[in-house]
Write a protein that binds this ligand. Structure first.
Ligand SMILES: Nc1ncnc2c1ncn2[C@@H]1O[C@H](COP(=O)(O)OP(=O)(O)OP(=O)(O)O)[C@@H](O)[C@H]1O
Length: 414
C-alpha cells in the first residue's frame, strides 16, 4: 500500500510543463495497492489531466503502468459521491447525452456503486435499443424487475419497452377516436364537441409519435411501477436515458400531454353533464369509464413525471460527454435546455479520455492533444464550466459485466 504525496506529484516534469505555474490545489491522491511491495522512488509520473496521472512503476525489471485518479482542483475533481450516496431518502439520477458516449456504462456503473454502498437500487432503461442487458452481460429483458447478480446490496434492472407502453396509452385514449361516438353525438347536436376532441389530434399523434413521446410514456410507466409496494425498498433509481434530442423533447412533453389529456377529460365532463342520453354512452358501456379512468391516471402520472424532473431535492440529471468538439457543443446545448426547463444538473462526466501513450504512437498523441483542447473548451464554456467535472479514462477493455462496471464506477464516482 502506498500514498503519493502532492510534492511527489508536483515534482513531475510533465506536470510542471503542462501546468505552469503548477497548481497548488492537489491535496490528496487515493491509496494505490501494489503487490508485492514496491518502492515508488523508481516510478515516473505523467499527467493525463489534472484529474488523472499515469504512474509507471519499475518492479523486478518489469514496467507496470497504472492510472490513478487524484483529487485536484476544486471544480474538477471534488469528491462528491459521499453526497450522492448519503441518506436513505429516495433519489433519482438521470444520465443523458449524445449517442454512444457511454451513458449506459456510466448509468450501470453508478447503479453498481450505489448497490455496493448499501442502497437497494433500481436501474431503468427506457431507450428502445436497450443495452442494459449487454452492459451487465445478463438477460434483463421482459419489462419487469429483474435481479442483477453480483453487487452487495439488491440491484434490480427494468427495461421498459416504449412501443408497448405507447400501445397501452393508445388503448386508454380510444374514447377520443370512435366514429360511433361521433355519429351518435352528431345526432344529438353535439358534434362540435367531438370535433373539438378531434382537434387535439391524439390519434394522429400516436400514429406518428414525435421523438421523445415513447420515452415520456415509458417514464410515466416507471412512475406507475414505483407507486406499488414492491418498489418501496429502492432508495436509488438510476435512469439510462434516451439520447439528447429525444430527451429534450421529452422534457416538454409532460406539459403538453397534461394539457391535452386535461382537455379531453374536461370535455368529457361537459358532454356527460349536457345530456343524460349521452351520459349513458359513457356510463353504461363497460369500456368507456375505464378508458376515462385510465386517462385520468395517466394525466396524474405525467404531472408527477414533470414534477420529478424539476425536483432539486430528489433528482439530478447527469450529462455524459466525450472530449470532442462536437460532443462538448451538444452537451453545452443540452445543459442550456435543461436549465431552461428547470431540470437540476450539477455534474458532467467526460468519458473515454485517452491515457498518455508511453510509446511513440503519433495517432495517440494527436488524439490526446485534440481531447485536451476539448477539455479546455469545457472549462471555458459558460454553460459547462460551472458543473462538477468527472473524468473517466478510455480503458483498454470492453466494459461488460458487474466486475468491469465496478472498476469503471470506482474511477468515475468519487
Ligand atoms: N470509458 C470507457 N472505456 C472503454 N470503453 C467504453 C468506455 N465507456 C464506454 N465504453 C464502450 O463504448 C460503447 C458504448 O457505450 P454505451 O453503450 O455505454 O454508450 P451509450 O451512450 O449508452 O450508447 P447509446 O447512446 O447507443 O445507448 C460500449 O461498447 C462500451 O463498453
Amino acid at each position: 500500500m502506498a500514498t503519493l504525496s502532492s510534492s511527489l506529484l508536483s515534482s513531475s516534469p510533465l506536470y510542471k510543463s503542462r501546468f505552469s505555474p503548477p497548481p497548488t490545489l492537489v491535496s490528496r491522491i487515493d491509496f494505490i495497492s501494489f503487490s508485492p511491495r514496491t518502492t515508488l522512488s523508481s516510478s515516473t509520473i505523467s499527467v493525463v489531466s489534472p484529474a488523472f496521472l499515469s504512474i509507471t512503476v519499475k518492479q523486478n525489471h518489469r514496467r507496470n503502468s497504472l492510472q490513478v485518479k487524484s483529487v485536484a482542483s476544486p471544480t474538477e475533481t471534488v469528491s462528491e459521491f459521499d453526497e450522492m450516496v448519503s441518506g436513505t431518502r429516495r433519489k433519482y439520477y438521470m444520465l443523458g447525452g449524445k449517442g454512444g458516449v457511454g451513458k449506459t456504462s456510466c448509468a450501470a456503473s453508478l447503479a453498481v456503486r450505489f448497490a455496493n454502498n448499501g442502497h437497494p437500487t433500481l436501474v431503468v432503461s427506457t431507450d428502445p435499443a436497450h443495452s442494459l442487458s449487454d452492459s451487465f452481460a445478463q438477460d434483463l429483458t421482459g419489462g419487469m424487475l429483474v435481479p442483477v447478480e453480483g453487487p452487495e446490496a439488491p440491484l434490480f434492472a427494468l427495461e421498459i419497452n416504449p412501443e408497448k407502453a405507447r400501445e397501452e396509452f393508445r388503448s386508454a385514449s380510444q374514447m377520443n377516436g370512435g366514429t360511433g361516438v361521433k355519429d351518435f353525438m352528431d345526432g344529438m347536436g353535439l358534434g362540435m364537441l367531438v370535433e373539438q376532441l378531434g382537434e387535439l389530434k391524439l390519434g394522429e399523434l400516436l400514429d406518428t409519435p414525435p421523438p421523445g413521446l415513447d420515452e415520456a410514456i415509458a417514464i410515466s410507466k416507471v412512475i406507475q411501477f414505483l407507486e406499488s409496494p414492491e418498489y418501496n425498498m429502492f432508495t436509488r433509481i438510476v435512469f439510462d436515458t434516451a439520447p439528447t434530442g429525444h430527451t429534450l423533447r421529452l422534457l416538454s412533453l409532460p406539459d403538453f400531454l397534461d394539457a391535452s389529456i386535461g382537455k379531453i377529460l374536461k370535455l368529457r365532463q361537459k358532454i356527460t353533464s349536457a345530456t343524460s342520453a349521452i351520459k349513458s354512452v359513457f356510463g353504461k358501456e363497460e369500456n368507456k369509464p375505464d378508458a376515462a379512468d385510465k386517462l385520468e391516471r395517466l394525466r396524474e402520472r405525467m404531472v408527477k413525471v414533470r414534477e420529478l424532473f424539476r425536483d432539486t431535492e430528489s433528482t439530478e440529471f447527469v450529462i455524459v460527454t466525450i472530449p470532442t468538439v462536437m460532443a462538448v457543443s451538444e452537451s453545452s446545448r443540452l445543459s442550456a435546455s435543461l436549465k431552461k426547463e428547470s431540470v437540476p444538473v450539477k455534474r458532467l462526466i467526460v468519458n473515454q479520455i485517452l491515457p498518455p501513450s508511453s510509446s511513440d504512437c503519433k495517432f495517440c498523441s494527436i488524439k490526446r492533444k485534440d481531447q485536451m483542447r476539448a477539455l479546455d473548451m469545457i472549462r471555458e464554456d459558460s454553460e459547462l464550466s460551472g458543473l462538477t467535472l468527472m473524468e473517466a479514462p478510455l480503458v483498454d477493455m470492453e466494459i461488460r459485466g458487474v466486475p468491469a462496471l465496478r472498476f469503471l464506477g470506482d474511477i468515475i464516482w468519487k
